[in-house]
Design a protein around this ligand. Sequence first.
Ligand code: SF4
Length: 347
Amino acid sequence: MKSTNEIIQKIHDIAKEIKGKVHIMEVCGTHTQAISHFGIRQLMPKNVILATGPGCPVCVTAQEDIDAIVNIAKAGIPVATYGDVLRVPGYYGSLDEAREKGAKVFDVYSTEDALELQKDYPNLVFFGMGFETTTPMTAYAIKKGLTVYSTHKLFLPAMHALIDRQEVRIDGFLSPGHVSTIVGSKPYASLKVSQVITGFEALDILVGVYMLLRQIVEKRKDVENEYRRLVKLDGNKKAQKMIEDVFEIGDGNWRGFGIIAKSGLEIKKKYEKFDAKKKYTDIILKMDLKNSRKFTGCKCGEVIRGLMNSQKCPLFGKSCTPEKPYGPCMVSQEGACNVAFRYNGRG
Ligand code: SF4
C-alpha cells in the first residue's frame, strides 16, 4: 500500500492526462462526512470535482413520511426513532416539537432499544429509515413484533435515477461502503458507469479517487472494489434474506427525487399487523396541509441530487444552522449542509 502523499501525487499525475474537468460523486453520508473531515476536497487537482449525492438517509426521507409520523405521535401513539430524525422539520413541525407539546417521542440507538421500550409502551411505533445497512435490523425487530412505519429504501435505484435523469454530470461514483457490505459489489454492474466501492479512512478515499481516475483515463466502466476487507462480491446473504423475508419492493418516495420505481421497501402482508402505515391509515389520510406551517425555500432537493452546493442556498448559515435547522440536510450529521457548515464552509 502506498503512503497518503504518494497517492495524492499519483492523483495529480493522472489528472493531468484528463482534458477538462472530471466529476466524481460520492453517494454515502459517511463518505460525505469523511471527505470534509480529512479535507480531501482541498487535496484534489483543480480539474477533479468531488460532488455529494443522496447518501444521507435522514435527508432523503420524504416530507410526507415526516408529516405522517409527526401526526401519529400527536395522535397519542408513542413513537421511537434515531436521534437525528427527531429534529427534521415538517409541515406539522418536528417530532421534537411534538414531544415538547406532550407527545411520547423517544430517541433510540437501535431497534433493540425500541424492542426494550415496547415492553413499557406496547403500541410503540418505530420510524424505520435508511438503506440496506439498517433495514436488516428493522426486519429482525418486525419479526420480534415491533410495529414499524417503514421508509426504508434500496440504494441502487437512486444511483440509476441520477444517471437516467442526466441533470448532473457524473463521470464516476465513489460507491457506498456500508450499503455494499450488505448487497455486495455485483449489483452495481447494471449502472454501466465507472465506480469504485471505497472504505472510510482518508487513504481508502484517496485510493478510490485514484482508481476512478485511472478507469476514466482508460475509458473503462467497471465496478472496482477498494473496500475488499469488508465488501464481498455477493454481500451478506443472511442480511439479504432477513430483508427479503419481511419486506417487499415497491415504489419509494425520496425527497428531491419524488417517486423512484422499485426503490421502496414495504412490509409484507404476512407482517401487516406490524405495519404502522396500515394500522394508522386514518391518521395519515386525515393530514390536512391547509393549516400547517409554510415550509418553503429549502434547497435540500437540489443538494441531494448534486445540482447545488449547500453554500449556494440563500438560507445556509443564516436562518438555517445545525442548532436551528430549517431543512433535513442541515439536521443530520451526514447531511451535506450540516457537514459543509461544521467544516467552515469547506464542504
Ligand atoms: S442550508 Fe438549510 S435550507 Fe438550505 S438546503 Fe440546506 S438544509 Fe435546506
